[in-house]
Every structure is written in structure tokens, then in C-alpha cells.
Design a protein around this ligand. Sequence first.
Ligand SMILES: Cc1cc2nc3c(=O)[nH]c(=O)nc-3n(C[C@H](O)[C@H](O)[C@H](O)COP(=O)(O)OP(=O)(O)OC[C@H]3O[C@@H](n4cnc5c(N)ncnc54)[C@H](O)[C@@H]3O)c2cc1C
Length: 458
Amino acid sequence: MTDYRARSLWLDGIPGELTPRASLPGPLDVDVAIVGAGFTGLWTAFYLAKTDPHLRLAVLEREIAGFGASGRNGGWCHTTFPGSREAAAGRHGRQKVVDQQRALHATVREIARVVDEEDIDARFFMGGQLDLALTPVQLLRLRETVEWERSWGFGEEDYCQLGAAEMRERIRVAGCLGAGYTPHAAAVDPARLARGLADAVGRLGVPIYERTPVTLLEPHRAVTPFGEVGAEVVVRATEAFTPQLPGFARTVVPIYSLMIGTEPLPDAFWDEVGWREREVFGDFRFLIFYAMHTADGRIAIGGRGAPYHFGSRLSETYERDPRVRDHLRALLGELFPAIGDAQVTHHWGGAVAAPRDWYSSVGLDRSTGMAWAGAYIGDGVATTNLAGRTLRDLILGQSTELTGLPWVNHRSKPWEPEPLRWLGVNAALKAMASADDAELRSGRPSRRASYVKKLIGA
Ligand SMILES: Cc1cc2nc3c(=O)[nH]c(=O)nc-3n(C[C@H](O)[C@H](O)[C@H](O)COP(=O)(O)OP(=O)(O)OC[C@H]3O[C@@H](n4cnc5c(N)ncnc54)[C@H](O)[C@@H]3O)c2cc1C
């Protein structure tokens, strides 16, 4: 039996057993079959069942609810636009982009509402997000970011610049020169959110069939070893696992992101560093890190740095890497010298899904009944909720503000076949790392930065 607890700090902290729910008992006919019980699949089931209790729904999950990225992530419930705002504005106009950004801001509040209403113990706390400037180059980038937000019409109340002293009042991070702050973000225990949401979906009468792999996803049917599920609409909510489905090998690439979690830190540490509002924070490097103060007094921090694996292969062995673990632990020591020799109790990881044009999407093809949402890269915790509500409206045939947003029915072109894909993705990851190194060494913006920005459509 798979040791689900070992897959993340968050899954390890779930009270009670992680016993899988029953598998699909046999062939089934439903109105909507949802493949994947991560946030995307679960939010979709939740909103559909709430809006139309008569719909016949089924969720098919290969492992258990929250097994994927939803149960392993950095716990940032934040509102990064799911692609390049400029590229989206080129296709749909600037107002649509602003509408989508505003919809994302509202999404954090919507998740807070549901967590409260459904009494989900997700340790959800809206402390906002800080983008730290740790070097003079990052300070430049911070100023540019503030100007850029203003150019889109977002004011101080959406994104503001904090000086070094203001930052110290929030969190005392060594060498921090200032930060960007947005209140539109929360810290969350993602596995508790996913598992609590699965229970809420169950209470609405929707079956979640666990340990039920879908081996083929086609118009109006999902094939499993236990029988076929026929449906008017099938929803693909499989994110980084998508390339394993026949016919979807080049839809997204899985890119591993790895994390560590410390032991609970003593009061003396928190007295020294502050961080009472549990803001999530990172900085302006390309190969990002993301940190959060957990509800039980630990620090969880993650970063990229693991390579892309040939053929979009996924494996449990890729989820830990001593090099990345040591790098993240050393980074914690640089940010917070007071952390001393605090132990790392958890090291884990998972894959995010990257689309070829770095632009997430949600959609439904009425002619085939195939719906999808995903390719969120590292920004799915809040965005999946927006996706779930959008899929509800699309499936119910309602034209709403959400169905008019620019990412709806966007089609990213497929990734290149191997070995080009392997060469290209790893070259991009290396370029990001070397742009960061060059900036640290020289103290000046790297010329590679514009190449990297172009690669990721920033
Ligand atoms: C280490 C890490 C840190 C991250 N940090 C953040 C963060 O701080 N903030 C943020 O916004 N985003 C973050 N992300 C991204 C975020 O977690 C994801 O975007 C989000 O959870 C995606 O949810 P999902 O439901 O689409 O996919 P998943 O949660 O991956 O769910 C997909 C589900 O589908 C199931 N499945 C797959 N294939 C099949 C099949 N063939 N048959 C049946 N079931 C199948 C899987 O078992 C899985 O349960 C992070 C991701 C990782 C890996």
C-alpha cells in the first residue's frame, strides 16, 4: 500500500487514516465524469453539485484525493495572472485582462468563504504576499513591478512597495532592502483543504472513486480497469499527470518543484523574526523560492532546481534531491540566521504542469464533451477555484462573466517531441539559474534576463 503520508508535510499532518475511498464498482453512466481529485476536480464537482443537485456526477481518482500537487504544494493561495498579461491583452484587450486579475483577487475571498461555510480546517489565513528585494537588482525589479501594476490600473490597495524598515516590522529577513506587498493572498494547509473539500463534495452526494486510474479519456467516456464511465461531459483535471494519458503526451510538461519543512520553531525564533501575519513570501529571482510560516510554527520552503526528465517521466524518486534540500536549508539560514541548527523534518516534492506558451486554460469543447482546466505552472492553489466555477458555468451552458475571461477555451500549442523537448526545457531551466547567478555576482540586471522573460512569456 502506498505511504501517502510520506508524500508531503501536509499529508503527514492529516489527522486520522488516509484510507482510500472505494474504487469504481463497475461500469457507470453519469452526466459529468471528472478525472482527478485535486483542487481542479474537487472544486468543479463542488460547484456543479451545489448549483444543480440533480446532476449525476462522479470523480475518478487514481490514488486518493489530494495525492497530486494539491496535497503537496507551498500553501500560497495567491493571484499571479496565469500567463503573460501583455500577450493576453494582445488577443483580448486590456480590460479583459484586468477583469481576470480582479476575478483572481475575488477568488481568494471565495475560498475563504467556502472554507468557513463548509467548516474546513484548512488553516487558511489571509496575511497577504511579500515579494522581497534581497539585492539592488531585485530592488530595481520591485520598482518596475510597482510601476507595471500601476500601468494596469492596480493601486496601492492591490500592490504597494514597503521600505526596509516597514518590512522589518513585518518580517526580519537578513539583508532585505524592501518588498512588494499584496493583500490578495493567503497561507493555507493545502492537504487539509483538499481533503476537507473532498469531504464536502461527498456530503453533497458526489462519489469520489479512489484508486481508480483512468487509462483512456475520449469523447464521452473514461476507461478504467473496473469498467467504463460514459458521460455527456468528461473533465480532464489531471495537471502534471496529463502526459501519461494516451493522446496527451505533449499537452504540458511536468516540472518538479521540491520543498522542505522544518521542525516547529521555538517562540524565541518567532520573537526574533516576527512574521506574525503568516505572509507568504519569495523574492525576485527567476528560479523562484517560496516560503510560508505554517500554522504549527514551522517554515515550509520550496524552490525549483530539479531537472525536467526525458519523456515527461514522473517518478517518486524525483520527489527528493539532497542537493535541492541542502540548498533550501542553506537559504533558510541566510534569510533567518536565528534559525541556527533547526532540523528539517520533511522533504518532498511534486510536479507542476507547464504549457508550451506558459498560459493556463480552462475550457469545454461541446462537440466532443471534453472539458479541461490546468497548466497552472506553480500558481494553481487559487486559480483552480476560478477554474472550477468557470467549468460549472461552461458545463451548465451559462454565459457569465467567468466564461468571458481570456483564458477560457485558450489552446496552447503542443510541446515539441523528444529529444527537443528535453533539450529545450532543461536549457530554459539552466538559463534561469544562470541569470540569477550572474545577477548575484555582478549586482546588475543580467542580459540573460530578457531571454528568460521571453521564454516564459513574462
Ligand atoms: C511542490 C509544489 C509546490 C507548489 N506550490 C504552489 C503554491 O504555493 N501556490 C500555488 O498556487 N500553486 C503551487 N503549486 C501548484 C499547485 O499545487 C497546482 O497548480 C494545483 O494543486 C493543481 O491542482 P490540480 O487539481 O489541477 O492537480 P493535482 O492536484 O495534481 O491533481 C490531479 C489529480 O489527478 C489524479 N490523476 C492523474 N492522472 C489520473 C488518471 N489517469 N486517472 C485518475 N486520476 C488521475 C492525480 O492522482 C491527482 O490526484 C505547487 C506545486 C508543487 C508540486
